[in-house]
Write a protein that binds this ligand. Structure first.
Ligand code: UDP
Length: 253
């Protein structure tokens, strides 16, 4: 296998099939545009397994995505995609940059889910895009933008229901999409506590309820324990929802 690309949290390898890639999940963690760096032993396994379960759940519910199988605890076989340089963020509750950029009080329930597009450019600090800028930069066609928005809202509905039944509140999350060899636009990347804000519904304390990367961003400690808690709940819910055949595509890890 040849290394194709190494990002902040994952390494992508080519396989003998040009339409299939192997994603390896690392333990490295970054935040604030990589100004803060760390290593959380075991995080890669958690994120790979949580993502694999969630991609399977979404496929079963009609959301096309790149997941093929999880051959080991840290590896995911995926369809090769040409990833659009966009981060599609959906927010249900105000947190993070929405609060720092608008003054909305953290924890405010939004009247409707907000879909935002950010330009995936580390050198520019991943700026928020307007629809006009998206068009100006030719980042996506207007048809693709409409599809991305409606698909992101559908995913928000499905993930919100799923996490809700795990006793978790889906505060916000980031998605990435790309084109496969048939020019089909598919959901890619990962869905994990690195890319979602998740709050424990059984906990009222504003810090203790956090079960996602904000524990690392804010130096709250017990990062791996939080990810393990999410994995346990996601696995339990998937055992109830996924058919036995799908479960065999995910490692027992
Ligand atoms: N997010 C991500 N990668 C990024 C930026 C954001 O996965 O490069 C996720 C983040 O974990 C959160 C959501 O997208 O769940 C919204 O993040 P926000 O814009 O508030 O940025 P932050 O303040 O977290 O950097």
């Amino acid at each position: 296998m040849t290394k194709q690309y190494e990002g902040k949290a994952k390494v992508i390898f080519s396989t003998d099939d040009p339409m299939v890639l192997l994603t390896y999940f690392k333990d490295d963690a970054t935040a604030y545009n990589a100004m803060k760096r760390g290593n959380i032993p075991g995080k890669g396994e958690m994120n790979c397994t949580i993502s694999s379960h969630l991609f399977q759940y979404l496929q079963l519910n009609g959301i096309a995505n790149h997941f093929i199988a999880q051959p080991s605890k840290r590896e995911m076989r995926v369809q090769a995609l040409r990833i659009l340089p966009l981060e599609v963020v959906v927010r249900n509750i105000a947190a993070g940059s929405l609060c720092s950029q608008t003054g909305i009080e953290p924890g405010t329930n939004l009247p409707y889910p907000l879909v935002e597009f950010y330009y995936k450019r580390d050198d520019l600090g991943d700026p928020l895009l307007t629809l006009d800028r998206l068009q100006l930069l030719n980042l996506a066609t207007s048809e693709q933008v409409n599809y991305l928005k409606s698909n992101a809202l559908h995913i928000n509905q499905l993930l919100g229901d799923f996490f809700g039944s795990c006793g978790l509140t889906l505060v916000d999350f980031k998605l990435e999409f790309g084109l496969n060899h048939e020019q089909q636009l598919l959901l890619g990347d990962e869905i994990s506590p690195d890319t979602c804000r998740l709050w424990d519904q059984g906990e009222t304390d504003a810090d203790k309820r956090i079960l996602d990367k904000d524990r690392f961003r804010k130096d709250l400690g017990s990062v791996l324990e939080a990810y393990e808690e999410v994995l346990t709940r996601v696995k339990t819910q998937c055992l109830r929802l996924l058919p036995v055949q799908s479960q065999s595509d995910i490692t027992s890890g």
